[in-house]
Write a protein that binds this ligand. Structure first.
Ligand code: NI
Length: 160
């Protein structure tokens, strides 16, 4: 029961993330979105594009684990992605739109698993982190959402 409550809380974090991130950055100018601050090597825009990158990869990993036996889960070079032109763009709406649609689907998938105790142990093999199960693919990304919301708070506090 305790675990189920934790899963519900984690799913709720995923459900709220796109709106929570959108609300934090709604008042920022394009210059502020792309301002390098002393607080971080990434700008607010880079963090938002990174969340879209990361969560697209996470959704693909989840679908692979649920539909295949021990599928390989590919890593990606997040720092290399983060300096590509689309990741440095002030146009955060394109990634917020990805996050809105993606998180709605991600939440729907996790909610369908709640009644199946065994599926949460189903695994894939991550290319650098080793075996990774469905439970990890939920709680790991709850933490990821929280880490990057806090990171955006720090960057906003450090804007000129
Ligand atoms: Ni991250």
């Amino acid at each position: 029961m305790h675990i189920t409550q934790n899963k519900l809380a984690a799913i709720e974090t995923l459900r709220r993330f796109p709106a929570a991130m959108t609300a934090k950055v709604a008042q920022l100018s394009e210059a502020q979105l792309t301002e390098i601050t002393p607080a971080d090597i990434w700008t607010v825009a880079q963090v938002i594009h990174h969340c879209a990158n990361s969560h697209m990869n996470a959704f693909i990993r989840l679908k692979l684990v649920l539909t295949e036996e021990m599928p390989p889960l590919k890593n990606y070079d997040q720092d290399a992605w983060a300096v590509m032109a689309d990741d440095k763009s002030a146009n955060i709406e394109m990634s917020l739109a990805i996050l809105r649609g993606l998180h709605a689907r991600w939440v729907m998938v996790f909610e369908t698993l709640l009644d199946d105790a065994e599926i949460w142990q189903k695994e894939g093999v991550h290319s650098s982190d080793g075996p990774m199960n469905v439970t990890h693919l939920l709680f790991g990304y709850q933490e990821h959402c929280e880490v990057h919301l806090a990171q955006v708070d720090r960057i906003i506090a450090a804007l000129a």
